[in-house]
Design a protein around this ligand. Sequence first.
Ligand code: GFB
Length: 392
Amino acid sequence: VLWTAVQFECLLCADDNSLSDEGETLAGHTVLNTLPRYILYDVNKPEGFNLRRDVFIRMASFIHHMNKVSDYHWILVLPPWHRLYHWRSSNLVQDRVPWSLFFNVDSIKNIVPVVELHEFFQMNGLRPLDAQVTLQDFNLKSFDQYPDFSDKWEIANCKGQVQKEFWNLNNLTFTKSLCISFQGISTLLADIVKELEPRTIIFDHAELALHNYYGGQEYWRIRKSMQFSNNLHEIAKEFKKKNLKQDYLCAHLRRRDFLYGHPSDVPSINNTAKQIIEKLSLMSNIKTIYIATDASKKEFEELNNYLQPYEVFKFEADERTLNNVLDGGVAIIDQIICSQAKYFIGTSKSTFSFRIQEEREILRLPVETTFNSFCGDNIVKCTQPTKWRFVE
Ligand code: GFB
């Protein structure tokens, strides 16, 4: 039975906090074990937007698994996008942004049973969640032991801080809270749910749960459903219509914290320009360059100078657009434009670039135009990205 959110709205919002799932009476009929149950999750605070998109895929496969092995219908609650470290416009309020601003949630709903957080609140009211589980690594054992890579979990003393307030919501509370040392794939979380028997549960540090099968059929089915919102596609289309009239090469230059996090993967501005020009010298039909970057204005201008006489473009949101789509939307517009380029070069190890490569695979663009990345300065052997091919 596919229960929609609306069907349950009244029932779950009843004042009575003591609903039992064993047999509810609704208009004289017994609704046995059919109330949906909800899984919420959050990710380590400093993680960026594109790693979070990957964690969603892992949690979505977990929900699929739950719906295979459990008697209940499980729904995943989409965690709002909240004050991400890389969103730098300090004049914007970028709190608890719903997925619908960035994604076509209906497309996701066709593949994964999900609701937005506000939809969850409509159904659950202010009832405390049955459990909060903070995932953590296992303690490293002494060095002379072989590392143990087996899938396992155990309830343990909390090692770090336990989140008191998710997304600054003081009305999201929990009946019980525990820490669990966890090592393994996301479907292993099902064993925790089985043990705790919650109707609603939140997992913190969901990034610790790994993919069941990275790059497999299920991975791509979920990934493909994560289409960007129509509004962002429209803005990208308008920009292209106005500025990118011919074939263009897109370069994604990840800078800022990457200069410290991955110094050997990020070339200097001068060397970046050299690598772009070298590529273009092999493609006589491309004269236009699109730059997606988190670089400072000064760095971009420097790059632009080195790239003359090529035509160089970059998307700059006007105030109204920025207010509407926020920093996250601007970044996605960059990704859309790069995913449609004739040729793409990304930054090695950046998940921002990885997601563009995936988008290009979904669009079935020629593989040699997609899996390319810049080489850091003074790198003797510059490895190129792994070709994670789309699987239908
Ligand atoms: O997306 P993301 O996880 O990719 O984080 P990495 C980088 C963020 O920086 C993006 C901004 O989500 C954007 O907000 N950004 C990066 C950009 N490149 C661009 C661009 O071309 N255009 C626009 N508009 N914005 C990881 C982080 O970043 O880097 C980790 O997830 C950590 O937390 C690590 O910081 C060092 O994989 O590139």
